[in-house]
Ligand binder design. Sequence first.
Ligand code: ADP
Ligand code: ZN
Length: 360
Amino acid sequence: QDKIIVNYESKPAYSILLKKDFTGLKEALLNLGLQNRRFLVITDSNVEKIYLKECMDLIGPISRGIYSFTFEAGENSKNLETVKLVYNKLIAKKFDRNDIILALGGGVTGDLAGFVASTYLRGIDFIQIPTTLLAMADSSIGGKTGVDFMAYKNMIGAFHQPKLVYMNLSSLKTLPKREFNAGISEIIKHGLIKDADFYKWLQDNITNIQSLDYETLKQMVYRSCMIKKKVVEEDPKEKGDRALLNFGHTIGHAIEKLMDFQLLHGECVAVGMICAAYISNKRGFISNDELECIYKIIEAFNLPTSIKDLSSEEIYHVTRLDKKMESDKIKFIYLESIGRAIIDTSVSKDEMIEAINYVQ
Ligand code: ADP
Ligand code: ZN
């Protein structure tokens, strides 16, 4: 289980490789016929220090030229100003349609580099080497790329599928624990919305996951990707069921915004999932025990289970401003049972306020 083939419009589009180190990267590129091309490796200031040289040294010999572009790590760089700097570099180096953008880093790098690749010369090839758990288990699938614009997250973007996603699972060893746990949040989400067995497996493997046991990590990332793959393949442009992936995100996004991005995305989603699970419980879909279990697994990964500094009214108000809202109704996602989520537009203000009060 070290390869996943992702389809797009019912045809195989690219592979995701799950490996223990970077040594298979060269071979993977050769297998795709990507030799004698030029590469721009886009990375952030943290990842540059740890992994850039190794990647450049591996790809350099099979390329026709390799360059790098580093931006200041953090969501604050994910904007059109940074995109403009990359375009300048691509133009200065005379990159053409045969050349390749390679994203080396987390979700921020993937979104930004993917957006550049999707727009430069109306689209050039794109390769992803995700180095955060979030990027591996979640954002490496689905083809969403983009940047923030003014106060709006991911407001400007495009769908652009990579040619290859190469994961070196050992790179998670250098990832700060807080970032690792934030990635777990989306993985728990995948279990809760689609796969009760996987959710159970996560509960049974907390210790091995936290100690970064290689086989456990591989299985976890593999299963998480398979769930996301299935959802995305059935609904690539988010016309229907892909919205299930927004479980925990309605309230999560509002908290993220109100906290001025002090909390990590996955941390906000964790609190949002507890709220959504609370609503499932109040509506009689999941039991008190099941609600408590969700609370406990989130706590076990040191993710926040409460949010103290914001008022419920404030949080509720911001959920109403979310760009994913259609015709004034919040498309709320809650659980019908563990492993099965549904979209419902009938969740009332009172229900949401009560759920937010539960995490205060
Ligand atoms: P995300 O993947 O959660 O969307 P980022 O791309 O901003 O977020 O990555 C989170 C942080 O982790 C950034 O500061 C980034 O530089 C850092 N980082 C990414 N991958 C690694 C790694 N393998 N080792 C150490 N730090 C990393
Ligand atoms: Zn998310």
